[in-house]
Design a protein around this ligand. Structure first.
Ligand code: SAH
Length: 487
């Protein structure tokens, strides 16, 4: 496994500064022993104009297998030989990424005590990896590196140069070039993206991998168009870890967004769900339908459960029929954005006394939710994993027990009508499920039955004769309020 890192320089900013940045002297060849082999660092060329550092990893395939076994991952017997005879010693992979982080840890952090000004400076960089396993091929390689400011050359390596008819191997020769990045950024890109392309981790994926990913991804992963793929592959497709990472990345992204960007995010979200519904966006129609149903129920004190960024709370505030409006969400960031949207800090006292936002999870019963006239769950249930849904059901219908509950959720049948939605896709990346009208109806009727509510259904948006409306709404009305005391 082999990687070279080249920079060019001028008399004022000599290329040999690379030695300071990497904390490895250009005149020396050094070797570092790691648990999976030996990492060598040497400089094939080093002068003021041009300096190249090479990282050569000599993998000890036997040590690697022992190490994996020591962690309780003995291979199947038929894989026994493949464990020892494989491409690990030759191809760049996650091990190379680990070696980078071991050998160049200060450089990756952007620390250089001898020349503190150097790490922050972008400089011309050229990185070459002669044999990079790339599942997804040159296309994916480009999709991963180009958004980060790299000029990418990714040439497929033929399986055998003597027999071109055999086609290409899963390896590419990778060359990355940039003038706008710092060395630390470059190393952090490689640290994450080499294993992503290899798509087979060779060491144990522990929960602290999420921390490592977020640290290495700081400043570039939250906005990366392939963030989902990167996160999922980096974490070896461990669903729980991927989700944890995705949630934290979303928080980072929101934290970085200022007011104007918040509006943009909202618009983007709306555009995503609403697509070509030009005259009245679906989100607006949904809020209108909710307000109408709430007014019909005669509710004055209303809970907006999973209020998100506060659009519905804002709409409800405009209607004096609603004397008390409470927005609840599990996401602190969403609540912060909601409070900025509502300008809570600049609101007059009377308005302010009508609205409360607090953090809470609908997966747990919460005394703060008791005693309201109505609760709204607008586009919330589909964000919970199905096994968590009974917990939400109990928290809302069993424990909080408002007189009226409104639930809206996408009608998956309608998805064929969205031009921009590829077949079989859900409308939003975070939707854990989307239901047909029959599925929603059967869930809602069972909930009503279990908790002493009646339920009626209403379409939101154009009611297509074949596939129904884009959004479906259930209006639950309590029939046996006595249970409220028992609950
Ligand atoms: N009601 C808003 C937002 C819908 S997005 C609207 O109609 O536009 C779903 C919201 O549910 C997100 O803000 C998410 O943070 C919140 N959410 C998801 N799971 C939750 C839970 N267990 N408890 C509380 N809120 C939750």
């Amino acid at each position: 496994m082999f990687l070279t890192l080249t920079t060019t320089g001028t008399p004022e900013r000599p290329a040999t500064d690379l030695g300071y940045l990497l904390h490895k002297h250009p005149d020396k060849a050094q070797a570092f022993s790691t648990s999976y082999g030996t990492a060598h660092v040497l400089y094939p060329e080093a002068d003021a104009e041009r300096c190249t550092a090479a990282l050569l990893l000599e993998v000890d395939a036997v040590a690697l297998v022992r190490r994996a076994k020591g962690k309780g991952r003995g291979g199947a017997p038929d894989a026994a030989l493949a464990q020892y005879v494989n491409d690990r010693p030759y191809a760049a992979s996650s091990l190379l990424a680990v070696a980078l982080s071991n050998v160049f840890s200060s450089a990756m952090k952007g620390v250089c005590n001898a020349r503190p000004e150097l790490p922050g400076q972008a400089r011309p960089l050229r990185i070459e990896v002669p044999a990079l396993p790339a599942r997804g091929g040159p296309d994916l390689v480009r999709k991963l590196f180009e958004p980060l400011g790299w000029t990418v050359t990714a040439e497929p390596v033929p399986l055998d140069t003597e027999f071109p008819e055999w086609g290409d191997s899963r390896y590419v020769r990778l060359v990355l070039e940039s003038t706008g990045l710092t060395l630390a950024e470059a190393l952090r890109h490689l640290y994450v993206l080499l294993p992503v392309l290899d798509d087979a981790k060779h060491y144990w994926v522990a929960p602290d991998e999420v921390d490592k990913l977020l640290r290495a991804g700081e400043g570039w992963l939250p906005g990366h168009p392939e963030q989902k793929l990167i996160t999922s592959r980096y974490l070896s497709r461990r669903w729980s870890l991927t989700r944890a990472a995705t949630e934290r990345l979303e928080l980072v992204r929101l934290a970085e967004a200022d007011d104007s960007e918040v509006e943009e995010i909202d618009n983007a979200v709306e555009a995503e769900t609403e697509t070509e519904e030009k005259p009245t966006p679906l989100a607006v129609q949904r809020r209108e339908a909710i307000v109408t149903a709430l007014r019909q129920s005669g509710a004055a004190r209303v809970l907006d459960l999973g209020c998100g960024q506060g659009q519905l709370v804002q709409t409800l505030l405009k209607d004096p029929a609603f004397t008390e409006i409470v927005g609840v969400d599990v996401s602190m960031r969403a609540l912060t954005i909601a409070s900025r949207r509502l300008k809570l800090d600049r609101m007059g006292e009377r308005q302010a006394s009508r609205v409360t936002l607090f953090q809470g999870s609908l997966a747990y019963t919460d005394v703060r939710l008791k005693g309201y006239d109505a609760a709204v769950l607008s586009e919330v249930i589909e964000h919970l994993d199905l096994p968590r849904l009974p917990a939400l059901e109990y928290a809302v219908f069993g424990s909080a027990r408002p007189r009226t509950v409104l639930v809206t959720t996408p009608n998956v049948e309608y998805n064929v009508r969205w031009e921009s939605l590829p077949a079989g896709h859900v409308r939003h990346g975070d939707h854990r499920f989307e239901w047909t009208r029959a599925e929603f109806r059967s869930w809602a009727e069972a909930v009503a039955e279990r908790h002493g509510y009646g339920v009626e259904f209403a379409p939101v948006g154009p009611d297509d004769p074949e596939v129904g409306p884009p959004t479906q709404m259930a209006v639950f009305t309590i029939t046996t309020p006595k249970e409220a005391k028992a609950a």
